[in-house]
Design a protein around this ligand. Sequence first.
Ligand code: DHB
Length: 390
Amino acid sequence: TTTAVGIVGGGPAGLMLSHLLHVAGIESVVVDNRLRSEIEHTHRAGILEHDSVRLLVESGVSDRVLREGREHEGVILRFGGASHRIDFQALAGASTWLYPQTDVFIDLADARARDGGDVRFGVSDTDVVDVTSHRPGILFTDASGAEQEIRCEILVGADGSNSMTRRHIAGQRQYYREYPYAWFGILCEAPPSARELIYTRSERGFALISQRTDGIQRMYFECSPTESVDDWPEDRIWAELQARLAGPDGFSLSEGPIFEKTVLPFRSFVCEPMRHGNLVLAGDAAHTVPPTGAKGLNLALADVAVLADILEQVLVKRDHSALDQYTDRALSRVWKAQHFSYWMTTMLHRGENITEFDLRRQLGELESVVNSEAGSAYLAHGYTGWPSGQ
Ligand code: DHB
């Protein structure tokens, strides 16, 4: 097979890029070693920035997010047993949407199928070759066991944080930071406990009360990176969550049967540059953020919006030098999101060895955020997302 753009990775980044290229009249082929059903059943983040919503709707993927997503005009910061609302609309003139990543993926996969897109799930032994040549390629074994080769003009690595394509970025520098934290994530059958998300800092550690539907809630609490889900029966999980949320205002979570438990790792990572020859990286393949602040998916979508624009210049206007702008245009947003995610994380988590100084400093930091319009506005702007191209 030959095509204009070969894309490794059929998650939101790879499929969104393939869709945007299709809209611009550019052909692509997407390969992914997972099955569509596996990706659909992997629970990920749940919050979209307004620009991510706009991208899905205005590019013609689907308007389901407008019908089934829930607009959130603010978020709750809870500490010292009291809740403080950050009003996104008042401070930043923007909202976020609660719309799970699995639904974003389903909308994108459906849109690619609807538009005749070439997306091959369930492949194996994927490799990329000749990335600095005019005819780079993807080699893989298809779902029926036959060896395949796709030759293209531009190769895109959108293959997630364990990226294989990243290894082909010669001369790369990797920047990273590890954290002594992890999240224990649950899904449960219960009514919502609040109208908006609650990010809580307590002496026992962080907790996040998110949502999925009227009957299903998503919650996370800080745990040790080596925690095992088997050590957490339901009653222990509820006791821990209730203790972290408790306060003099009498706040109490609605409980219900838990049907999913996972421990999520934490890392900040950036690979620079995001391009080598005719290979470019997008999304988690190039950068990972810790989950506090819900930036990962939004950052991946922002990358591919920039990349689709650049690939149109390369492949339609035949200006190959446009590729030189990609790393800088993508990274300015990436580093702002890295800082925001790091900041939200370190302000709200405790880890095992936090000092008495830092525990008190965190409270001073949180007071500065909720009691100052400038502090709240920084959170509101960062959470709802910076303007595109910035
Ligand atoms: C969700 C996940 C996040 O990391 C976050 O910051 C907010 C919400 C979620 O899964 O709903």
